[in-house]
Ligand binder design. Structure first.
Ligand code: FAD
Length: 302
């Protein structure tokens, strides 16, 4: 169950008691506030709080540019200008606080993003629920033959069934042993902080995650990318939908310049110019390594 009854009751109460405020409000974000969006088999994201909107970004930018911003026609143009020129601090004026429920192996990738504030569910203090991520069959993929960090086609037939069975059996056996070790029924009961060590990385954890918009965009750029692992990408995709409604102009600029744009090396720019001038450029004449050339061609051929 993604949300437990206490969490659902808290959400219902918060949504039933709106407060008048003089603070800037994003109508798009108000619609998402407190709502939980399911991710994977037991996970979710929900917005707990936020600060700022598109106007907060331009307001901050105008402090630094003053009259200079008169040359920029409107807020959307100014936001695109800021994004294009990596003037990132105005985006830090907006913040979001999320409640996220996610498998531990996803949390381990996520926590690498250090520029956020995190408060995680304590498995020293509380007992973890019997909730494990078990991939749906179409995501039970084989090891990629061309990318050590990727996956290939979905496993089929008996092999898929066997892998699913192993995942379920191991998860349940580990949890049965966890329960047995912490039980105080006729025994002292092992400390929770120790008993958790036998639990597998597909068990779910939860945290509050607060981050500013600039660093959130950095996270989304890496984790909503098609090369990111599926299990973290689905969280990033769910967050993208919320952010698109929260700060529509900033998100549109992010999509255009960061998600849709590409970085070219000096050699890449040189090759592009030569190609546009009609020259047939090959890997041998490009000055690039085979890997660089493959990635460069993929950009042009996509
Ligand atoms: C596809 C992919 C594969 C990956 N594979 C691996 C892997 O195999 N092994 C592995 O260990 N990690 C791996 N990572 C994690 C990666 O190396 C980063 O740790 C992660 O993406 C977080 O990025 P970040 O440090 O830029 O983000 P944040 O921690 O949010 O930092 C944002 C920016 O702040 C600055 N910053 C933050 N803290 C510091 C600091 N202490 N010192 C200097 N500057 C700082 C940096 O400019 C940084 O880019 C992978 C990530 C991706 C997306």
């Amino acid at each position: 169950m993604p949300l437990n009854p206490e969490q659902q009751a808290e959400i219902d109460e918060l949504r039933a008691t709106p407060q008048p405020t003089l603070r800037a409000v994003s109508e798009g974000m108000e619609a998402h506030l407190y709502k939980a969006y399911d991710v994977l088999d037991h996970g979710f994201i929900r917005v707990i709080d936020y600060m700022g909107d598109d106007a907060a970004i331009t307001q901050a930018a105008r402090v630094s540019y003053g009259k200079g911003t008169k040359s920029v026609q409107n807020d959307e143009g100014l936001i695109r200008y800021l994004m294009r020129h990596w003037h990132s601090t105005p985006f830090e004026m907006c913040e979001i606080k999320l409640h996220v429920k996610l498998p531990v192996f996803v949390a381990r990738q996520w926590i690498r993003h250090r520029t956020a504030n995190v408060n995680e569910y304590s498995a020293r203090y509380s007992i973890l629920d019997r909730e494990f991520y078990i991939p749906s069959p179409e995501h039970l993929a084989a090891q990629s033959e061309i990318n050590n960090q990727g996956r290939g086609a979905a496993l089929q037939g008996a092999e898929a069934a066997q892998v699913l069975e192993i995942l379920k059996t191991d998860s349940n056996r580990a949890y049965d042993n966890y329960e047995q070790m912490i039980s105080e029924d006729g025994q002292a009961g092992l400390a929770r902080e120790l008993a958790r060590m036998n639990l597998p990385a597909n068990i779910y954890t939860q945290w509050y995650w607060k981050v500013d918009l600039h660093n959130l965009f950095h996270f989304l750029r890496l984790r909503a990318d098609s090369h990111a692992q599926y299990e973290i990408r689905v969280y990033a995709d769910a967050i993208c939908k919320v952010v698109a409604d929260w700060v529509p102009a900033a998100y549109a600029a992010f999509e255009d310049y960061r998600m849709g744009g590409v970085n070219l090396s000096g050699k890449g720019v040189d090759c592009l110019k030569r190609m546009l001038a009609g020259e047939t450029v090959t890997q041998e004449t490009s000055g690039m390594s085979k890997g660089e050339w493959r990635e460069f061609r993929a950009l042009l051929d996509d």
